[in-house]
Design a protein around this ligand. Sequence first.
Ligand SMILES: *Cc1c(COP(=O)(O)O)cnc(C)c1O
Length: 471
Amino acid sequence: MQYVSTRGSAPALDFEGVTLAGLASDGGLYLPAEWPRFTAAQIREMRGLAYPDLAARIMAPFVAGSLTEDELLALCHTVYGDFGHAAVTPLVQLDSQHWLLELFHGPTLAFKDVALQLLGRLFETFLDRRGERLTIVGATSGDTGSAAIQAVAGLDRVEIFMLHPRGRVSDVQRRQMTTVLSPNVHNLAIEGSFDDAQAHVKRMFNDGDVTTTLNLGAVNSINWARLMAQVVYYFASALQLGAPDRSVAYSVPTGNFGDVFAGYVAAKMGLPIERLIVATNINDILHRALSSGDYSASGVTQTITPSMDIQVSSNFERLLFDAGGRDGTAMAEQMRAFEASKAMQLTNAQAQSAAALFTSARADQTENARALQWAYRAAGQVIDPHTGVGLHCAQAVAASGVAAAGVPLVTLATAHPAKFPDAVERAIGVRPSLPARVGDLLGREESFIELAGDYATTRDFVLEHAAGSKG
Ligand SMILES: *Cc1c(COP(=O)(O)O)cnc(C)c1O
């Protein structure tokens, strides 16, 4: 499989190439040159497959030419054999129409593990082949950092420097990063805000002193391999609910548009998806874009769903490119204008094509709390606030009649409630506890380095402690 950039001028790459590259060299994002498609008969044959076997079946066309089917299958068994639930992403029924797809049974209790655990192994496989090493530098306000650290801890050819704003991430989130004591993991607590830490990271990627010595890598959801791994749980859940002979609708708590874009890919591959509900909190740029065509960024407001507090959704570019007819030159132009003015209008083609599959909705804090209360009282389920945004939007769309009656509505449960215990307790009066497998998190030894807030201090620390070099 070959991959092309949304901005049309970067070279096409194979799967190994896009996995190691992350962002395309023209600033665009990589997408498969064409969508592989399964027939209804092929999908029917997937019923009853164990998750790792299904994952290999779904991902095989995307990795063709870079991994053999046996290599892919072995990777899937290694990665998904380690999750805290034998079904990996189990479905839970809430009432006759609503379901939860639990995506939080990985090591850091959020859905990002499903893809990052695989990405770590893919890095190792491809780097081994090339005899290279990779130095990942990232900044985190919480979830992504811990999932990335858990994904690469102990790997031989990858090391990670993760910056977090000192004192500004929750206890659970910090400990999920700092209690990983592998020598290839470096936790840096930086004086300042998340934006300061993020600015250091961006600067390092443009700093010749760094890029001439280190092979730098990124782990955010611009990496195609992450989206690919997320396509699998749409298939897994729809198959259980009767696909391909019955359609299913999904409500997806959305930040960077990665998770819900994976649903779009599943639909392109032939899975009968009736609707994808893009669920946002009050940072609702995507809701505005999909309901009125107005994609314009304003300031970010902090909410009880921090992983969805975003200003610009990087993966939205992938949808605009594909839905708008895959014109890289036009896309590059549209994104240049957006980057200059922080605002753009969707074209008619983009808006119409998106409207065929996507519906958007938003939840404020009161609506979010009501969704948590409903899940608890009606179905005995304690859910996290991100999932609450998704559930509120699923119920709102069901009430408006946009999703046909009789179509199961699946809300993606993106985090375990114990990651956000304060917000959950405020809403339902119950404090969720950590699952037994991570229960001693609060007692484990921590390791992190505290650094002053200036750029040079951070850069020098990375250069001094990085084991990998371009040689
Ligand atoms: C990252 C994250 C999201 C948003 O996912 P995107 O792929 O960025 O849309 C939602 N919920 C939780 C708990 C997350 O960690």
